[in-house]
Each structure stands twice: as C-alpha cells, then as structure tokens.
Ligand binder design. Sequence first.
Ligand SMILES: Cc1cc2nc3c(=O)[nH]c(=O)nc-3n(C[C@H](O)[C@H](O)[C@H](O)COP(=O)(O)O)c2cc1C
Length: 213
Amino acid sequence: MKKTAVVYFSKHGATAKYAGWIARETGADLFNGHDIRRKDLQDYEIIVFGGGIYGGGIQGIDFIRKGIRNVFRDKLILCFAVGISVQEEANRKQANSINFTKKMEDIPCWYLPGAYDPSAVKGLDKRLMAITRKMLENGGGSSAFGNTLKGYIDDGCDLVDQKYIRPICGAIIRAQRGEPVLGGNGSVPGPDDLEDQDAQEASSSSGGDQPEV
Ligand SMILES: Cc1cc2nc3c(=O)[nH]c(=O)nc-3n(C[C@H](O)[C@H](O)[C@H](O)COP(=O)(O)O)c2cc1C
C-alpha cells in the first residue's frame, strides 16, 4: 500500500474533523499543516490536502501550490475543500478557478459541506461575512440556494457528515492500490454524487451490474 499523508488547515474544526475521518478510513498519517514543513512529507507517495474555504480561497492551499514543482513533483496530490456553499456546482467551479493554477489543474478536489457558527466569528472574518450577506441580499438572494445561504449566515449551520468522505476515500484507496483515481470522465465529484453512489451500491448489492467507478 502506498504511504499516504493527510494534511489539513482548519480554522473552526470542520476540515480537521473530515481529515481525521479520512485518515482513519484510509490508514493515512494525519498532520495539521501548521505543525509541519513540506520536506517532512518526503517519504509519502500520496498527499491528501484539505482546507476550509474562506472568501473563495482554500485555507493553506499555498502549502501545495509552492511545493508542486519540487517537493511534491513525483507525488500524487488529492485535495478536499470544506465550505457552506459547495452544494452549488457554480461555487465549486469558482473555487476551482480561484485556487488551482494552471500547474495544479491535474489535482482533483472534492468539496465537502462545512459548518458555520456566527458567534465564533470575529474581526475581519465577521466583516467579510457581513459583506457576503449583503451581496446575497442585493444579488443572489432571490435564488433558492441564496436564501438557504442567508439562513446559514444568520442562524449558523452544521452540515458536516462522515458520509461525505466516501467518494474521496474511494479514490484514495484506489490510488493506494495503484489503480486510477477518477472515473473515466475525470470529473470531480461533489456532494450530489453521493446519491448516484448510493444508487449504484444498491443496484450492485441487489445483483445489478457492477458500476464502473
Ligand atoms: C469569513 C468567512 C468566509 C467564508 N467564506 C466561504 C466561502 O467563500 N465559501 C464557502 O463555501 N464557505 C465559506 N465560509 C464557510 C467556511 O468555509 C466553513 O465554515 C468551513 O466549515 C470552514 O472550515 P474550518 O472549520 O475547517 O475552518 C466562510 C466562513 C467564514 C467565517
């Protein structure tokens, strides 16, 4: 099995929770990105990177970006990002374009639903959230998801659930065995894909054709 590290950056704990679950499920070693340097990961073949999304940016993404041409050059990198607006494909696409430069375009990223507690947010982060809330009011607030997001910002939310790690864990386990990481079309699964996966599992356990994942 290929040696695997899960490295995470988390301000409020949601990414840390997912990282812990992913490491346990895949037998990977777990690291808080603040406690290590890139060269500490020299012996690992697979690096799973995770960060919370703040103002569209993935926390700690520079850890990967700055090592991509040297320390991480011969390693397989997989990412996950945690946010409260990732249920919408347009938001996932926007996060991809903000965070993944041309030289990172081969890195797949899974988006996992996060948590938000208004009482825990202070200073600049509080101001940023107030601006986001205002933008939703003036622009996207009329869409169904815009309204949901306003509710999350006003009242808080906790969307973190262990079930969301299944697609990324499946990919990590395939990579550890030396199998291809993604399905044929190279798509990046979002939370909605879980429903497809559930349907596929149900059909294979009831004797249906084995899905090609
Ligand atoms: C100031 C601020 C900005 C945020 N911006 C985004 C965002 O752009 N997109 C998103 O999906 N979630 C956003 N969130 C929600 C966080 O990504 C979510 O709370 C996530 O769980 C944070 O991960 P962490 O708990 O590991 O730090 C924001 C939260 C805060 C406090």
